[in-house]
Each structure stands twice: as structure tokens, then as C-alpha cells.
Design a protein. Structure first.
Length: 183
């Protein structure tokens, strides 16, 4: 690799691969082609493509990409009955598609195989809240906070839920606990 003056890089590190300075201006409806950087085992290829498609679609706000990933995962989900990440991704795809009751089912499956995940509990609580099941939402959001008191998104959603239900004392209790963590 040729040497260059340090001022020629503009606060960057020179590498042997392409770094795109500006993003492609691709329409959100156009799916991103996903290629693995290394070949996964054959039995995981479709699963991994489905996970990556949902994540990439969520990041780029590409509904076709999310739908593609969702379809791939529903095709292979019977092969991975205890795959928390797969169920969590299916739940995320359903939540983005505003199918909150179905998302709650997927998050329930993810929570069963990983009962100590604060983020899965928070996702489950959020799905229940969005589907109008406030009691279940409170339970799962509180569990998310019990597992990780720094799960600020769960705390924020639980406080909002309490405020909407007129339970301002409970909301203030959570606010005080969170503030205490930062002192």
C-alpha cells in the first residue's frame, strides 16, 4: 500500500478496503442486497439471511427488506425451536408492521428460551402496551427493569404507561430510582 502524508487523510485511517464517504441514495422501497462476509454453515445460511434482512430493513426503513427477512425466518423457524434471536427478530418485524398481538407471541417465545434478557422483556412489554394489554405490559416492563435497572427504554415506556393510567406515584418512583442510578 502506498504511503501518504498524514494530512492527506483528513482525520482518517487508511485501509485496504473501500470506505464510502456518502451513503448511496437508494429508495427505501429497494431492498439492500446482503452478502455474508464469510460463509455460514449451510444449516444456518437462511436463518442468518433472515436475521440480517430484518436488521438491515429496520436500519434503512425498508419495509420490503423486513418482509423478506420475516418470510425467510418463518420458513425456517421449525428448524430452530429454541432460537431466541430468531423469535426476537420475528417479533421486531411484526412490531414494525404494527402486528402487535402477533409480535407479543414471538417475544413470548424469545423470553421462554432466554428468560434473563431485559431487552426481550422490554420488547414483550412494548408489544403488549401497543396491543392494549396494559397489565401484561406493566408486568414485563417491570421485569425488564428488575433484570437491568439501566434499561432506560423500558423505564421510559413503563413511566408513560403509568402516567396514562393516572398512576403518577408509580411513575415518579421509577423516575427517582433511575435518577438515583446516575448519582
Amino acid at each position: 500500500m502506498p504511503k501518504r502524508e498524514a494530512n492527506d487523510g483528513g482525520h482518517t485511517v487508511f485501509t485496504d478496503h473501500r470506505i464510502q464517504r456518502t451513503p448511496d441514495h437508494r429508495p427505501a422501497s429497494e431492498p439492500i442486497g446482503i452478502e455474508p462476509w464469510r460463509s455460514p454453515p449451510a444449516e444456518l445460511a437462511k436463518r442468518n439471511l433472515g436475521l440480517a434482512s430484518i436488521q438491515a430493513g429496520a436500519e434503512t426503513r425498508s419495509l420490503p427488506q423486513i418482509v423478506s427477512g420475516y418470510r425467510i425466518l418463518t420458513e425456517v423457524q421449525h428448524q430452530f425451536p429454541d432460537d431466541c434471536e430468531m423469535y426476537n427478530s420475528i417479533g421486531n418485524a411484526l412490531s414494525i408492521g404494527r402486528q402487535f398481538s402477533e409480535a407479543a407471541i414471538a417475544f413470548e417465545l424469545a423470553a421462554r428460551c432466554n428468560p434473563k434478557s431485559s431487552s426481550i422483556e422490554a420488547n414483550l412489554g412494548s408489544a403488549y402496551a401497543s396491543s392494549g394489554s396494559n397489565e401484561a405490559a406493566e408486568s414485563h416492563l417491570q421485569r425488564a427493569l428488575d433484570l437491568d435497572p439501566m434499561n432506560l427504554s423500558a423505564a421510559e415506556e413503563l413511566m408513560a404507561l403509568y402516567e396514562n393510567e393516572g398512576k403518577s406515584v408509580k411513575a415518579e418512583t421509577i423516575r427517582t430510582k433511575i435518577a438515583g442510578l446516575f448519582h
